[in-house]
Structure formats: structure tokens, C-alpha cells
Design a protein around this ligand. Structure first.
Ligand code: PMP
Length: 358
């Protein structure tokens, strides 16, 4: 069967071998006579999947033991609320760097909970870059950033220090794309549907020292402590999504780990950015060069009519998901971990051929 040339921004392509492994076990997981989604979440079989997913993530990202790994639901969007509910304590100020719509949404949720401060923003530059300078308010509870801006195609290369205030990052669209120094962060969250697996599970990696901040009168399911105390098994977790997360993590290990993945991601991004930069202004990259994302390559064509023609012909040629986000338009190729180099080459060839004909 021919696989689609899937450049969707999320949910996005998963490794074929992961889907095949899931298919093999679909009706009968480990001779249980049941599918994974039919297993009790209190069964030995499921508990082993749950534990393995946590262990693999801890190994692959070198997560120290003073950090908890939590599995939640509600997407990254629920984390926009849970972060301030748990960490924006009385008298403190939630600091936010605005680098796009997702960080704006995170800020809007925090404003409903407590005091906030915009520590930096690149909004006037149409979110083409990551701000260079950050000013932190007094009494800061934390600094919140979005490590990769899925819509605008920008990505942080160097992170602010967490020496004096906790650093919180929404890593929904670039977690697992490269090695990470976890200790540079106090809380990381990511919806799974880009590099981790299918939608349905949200991963939170939290420094245990932050857990004591959560007030007891928070609703049980909105308190990080509930997940930490019960190993994310207080209630029924999204078992199928966590199983698929485990398979994706096994795939990352088989591929050789994050250094290998990072190198491949750099190679893929370079193919597309070179194609843009060598097009003599036919393709115009949205992000400033030093802020370019290796996950989402955003670009425009030199006028709107030709953009529409490009998207139409790309669709006819089998390329899926190249339309830019509805809020910004233009084009976007999302090239997460599971996109093979070969598919990126095919897209670059198509872009070159289209340019030559037009
Ligand atoms: N943050 C980022 C960086 C995203 O890309 C997205 C979704 N594309 C979200 C947050 C929202 O995630 P969810 O749909 O899981 O709530």
C-alpha cells in the first residue's frame, strides 16, 4: 500500500513500523484474547505498558529522578489552565513570552487565574522570530515559553536559564526532536499528536519541588499531585494512546535515540530551507533565519494567486497538509520525526519543478 505524503501539523504521520506493530496486536494483545483498549487499566498487561512508556521516556530524554512523568488528558490546551492553577500562587506573577497563538492562549488562561506579565513578545514582527530579550517581573512565579511555534514555524535555539525562576515550556511540537537538558526546565508539557503518538495523551514532566505549590482545594483532576501520587492511574488513563506512545518511544530507541533523530531532522529542514533560499524569491520563508523551526517549515509564494495554484497542484500530486494554519495562511510543511527524508526530498523536487514551470 502507498503511504500518503503526510505533512500535517498534528495529528501527524506516525512511523509505519509503529502502526504495523499496533495492527499485529490489534485483536489479541500478548495472547490476552483482547485488544489493548479492552484491557483493564488495573491489569498486569496494561500496567506493564504504562510503566514501560514512562521508563522509555525517562531513558530517551535522560529525565532525572527528581522529575515526575505524568500522563494526562485534555491536550496541551488544558495545561494552559493547569499550569497557573497549580503554580500561580497568591501574590506571584506568571511571566509569559509571546511567540504566537499558542502562547497567547496560555497567557489568556493564566489571566483568569491570577496576575500575569508579558516578559517578551514578537507579535509586532508577526511572530517571525523568537525575542532576544526577556524582562522578568518582580515576584515571578515562573517563566512560560513555547519551544516551537507550530503555526509560524519558529523555534527556540537557546533557552532562558531557570536558575532564579522556574522555566515552563510548551513543547507540544518539538519534544523528542533533539536531545534536551531537562534540568534547564521545571515543567515541560506536550500534547502527543506530533512527535509522541496519537492525540489523547498529554505528557507532563515536572520537577518534584513544584508539586508542593498546588493548593489542596484544586479539583482533584486538575491537581498535578493526583497524577504524581497515583502514577497517573488515579482514574482510567487513555490506555490506547499510551500504548502507541510506548511503541513510538521504542521506535525512537531502535532508530538510535535523539542524537540520530536530531541529525535527520536537521537534514530534512535543510533540504526545504535550501529550496526556499535558492528559489530567487519565488518562495519566501515566513520565519527569520535564526528563528527557523526544524519541525514546521512555513513559507509563502510571491503572490496569492500563485500560492493557491501551488497548494492545488501539490494536493493533486498527493502532498497532504501543506496549507498554512487558518490564522496565517500561506504554506506549511510539518516534518516531524516520523517523516522520512525521502518524502522531504520529494516535496523539494515538487517545489523546484513548480517554480520552473511558473
Ligand atoms: N501548543 C502548541 C505548540 C501546539 O502546536 C498545539 C496544537 N497544535 C497546542 C498547544 C494545542 O494542543 P492541543 O490541541 O493538544 O490542546
Amino acid at each position: 500500500m502507498q503511504r500518503a505524503l503526510n505533512f500535517n501539523a498534528g495529528p501527524a504521520a506516525l512511523p509505519v513500523s509503529v502502526l504495523q506493530e499496533a495492527e499485529k496486536n490489534w485483536l489479541n494483545y500478548h495472547n490476552s484474547g483482547m485488544a489493548v483498549m479492552e484491557l483493564s487499566h488495573r491489569s498486569k498487561d496494561y500496567e506493564a505498558i504504562h510503566q514501560k512508556a514512562q521508563d522509555l521516556l525517562r531513558n530517551i530524554l535522560s529525565i532525572p529522578n527528581n522529575y515526575e512523568i505524568l500522563f494526562l488528558q485534555g491536550g496541551a490546551s488544558l495545561q494552559f489552565s493547569m499550569v497557573p492553577m497549580n503554580l500561580l500562587t497568591e501574590g506571584k506573577i506568571g511571566n509569559y513570552v509571546l511567540t504566537g497563538v499558542w502562547s497567547e492562549k496560555a497567557l489568556q488562561e493564566a489571566e483568569k487565574i491570577g496576575s500575569t506579565y508579558i516578559a517578551a513578545t514578537s507579535k509586532v514582527q508577526k511572530y517571525r522570530s523568537i525575542p532576544n530579550e526577556i524582562s522578568i517581573s518582580k515576584d515571578a512565579a515562573y517563566l512560560h515559553i513555547t519551544s516551537n511555534n507550530t503555526i509560524y514555524g519558529t523555534q527556540w535555539n537557546q533557552f532562558p536559564s531557570n536558575e532564579f525562576i522556574p522555566l515552563i515550556a510548551d513543547m507540544s511540537s518539538d519534544i523528542l526532536s533533539k536531545p534536551l537538558d531537562i534540568e534547564n526546565f521545571d515543567l515541560i508539557y506536550a500534547g502527543a499528536q506530533k512527535n509522541l503518538g496519537p492525540s489523547g495523551v498529554t505528557v507532563v514532566i515536572i520537577n518534584k519541588k513544584l508539586l508542593s505549590n498546588s493548593i489542596d482545594r484544586l479539583p482533584t483532576m486538575l491537581n498535578y499531585n493526583t497524577y504524581a501520587k497515583h502514577n497517573s492511574l488515579y482514574n482510567t488513563p487513555p490506555t490506547l494512546a499510551i500504548y502507541l506512545l510506548k511503541l513510538v518511544l521504542e521506535w525512537v530507541e531502535q532508530e538510535g535515540g535523539l542524537k540520530v533523530i536530531e541529525k535527520r531532522n536537521e537534514e530534512k529542514a535543510k533540504i526545504l530551507y535550501d529550496c526556499i533560499d535558492e528559489s530567487e524569491g519565488f518562495y519566501i520563508g515566513h520565519a527569520e533565519k535564526e528563528s527557523r523551526s526544524k519541525m514546521n517549515v512555513t513559507f509563502n509564494l510571491n503572490h496569492d494567486d500563485i500560492s493557491l495554484k501551488f497548494l492545488q497542484q501539490a494536493k493533486e500530486a498527493g502532498f497532504i497538509g501543506l496549507n498554512g494554519h487558518r490564522s496565517v495562511g500561506g504554506c506549511r510543511a510539518s516534518i516531524y520525526n516520523a517523516i522520512p527524508v525521502d518524502q522531504v526530498c520529494q516535496l523539494a523536487e515538487f517545489m523546484k519543478a513548480f517554480k520552473n514551470k511558473n
